[in-house]
Design a protein around this ligand. Structure first.
Ligand SMILES: [Mg+2]
Length: 252
């Protein structure tokens, strides 16, 4: 701690050949929208990422979205993508679910059906998003998010526990996934592979980004009223929103 954002940027930018820039997408490169379909990466971010690809050894996005969606949002071939919190790996245009997680596809699908058939969730303004090897319950659209959250905690989480699945709450979401030791941290580790990287900057806004912080030498939190306080506590520096993330990228 004690390093300013300018110091951190200078450290990374001084040696781009041994540097990596890894970003989350939603809430980081893309402002949060009422529904995930409406979210788009800030247009100004794309040329910056393209420029960074030329300079840095690794430029990547690690996201909770399916990899194919992430690629559509960041259509720059040089930017590596890890989707579904590291459960999906993208090689070219091909997406593979990592084998440990693929074993749980049926269990995730069964739980998805149970949640989709819960009659009260639509009444509470919750939407269920099928993401293949994971699914997400969004309660951003709920007229009473506190009620929705309480219902999810009391009625849905125990069902997920009984199904043996892993879950976590994020910014107005409940994310459900296979109970495997893969997260955004292992996703970053996989992306870095055997590349000789001394400085890895990770930028994120939510709870699952804490896992990626484990693997980063420079941890940048995107501040929001909804984000977990631990993210700010563990970060080396903070920015105030996606616009400032673009400014950060431009400074690298
Ligand atoms: Mg995010």
């Amino acid at each position: 701690m004690g390093r300013t954002l300018a110091d951190l940027v200078a450290t990374l930018a001084a040696d781009p050949r041994h540097g990596a820039v890894v970003c989350d997408i939603d809430g980081t490169l893309a402002p949060i929208a009422p529904t995930p379909e409406q979210a788009t990466v800030l247009p100004a971010a794309l040329p910056e990422l393209e420029r960074l690809v030329e300079r840095y050894t690794l430029v990547a996005c690690v996201t909770g979205r399916p990899a194919v969606q992430a690629r559509r949002m960041v259509p720059i071939p040089g930017v590596a993508i890890s989707g579904n919190h590291g459960l999906e790996v993208m090689h070219g245009d091909d997406v593979t679910v990592v084998p440990q997680a693929a074993r749980y596809l049926d269990a995730v699908h069964e739980a998805l059906l149970v949640v989709e058939n819960d009659g009260l969730l639509p009444e509470l303004g919750c939407r269920v998003e099928d993401k293949g090897v994971t699914f997400t319950v969004h309660y951003r659209g709920s007229p009473r998010p506190d009620h929705a959250l309480r219902y999810l905690e009391a009625q849905i989480v125990p069902k997920l526990d009984r199904a043996g699945l892993a879950w976590s709450f994020g910014r107005m979401v409940l994310e459900v996934r296979p109970p495997v030791a893969i997260d955004k941290g292992s996703a970053v580790r996989r992306l870095r592979g055997r590349k000789r990287i001394t400085n890895l900057m990770y930028v994120g806004d939510d709870r699952t980004d804490l896992d990626a912080f484990r693997e980063a030498t420079i941890k940048i939190a995107v501040r929001s009223a909804e984000g977990p306080p631990e993210l700010i506590e563990r970060a080396d520096a903070c920015v105030d929103g996606p616009e400032q993330v673009v400014e950060l990228l431009a400074s690298l």
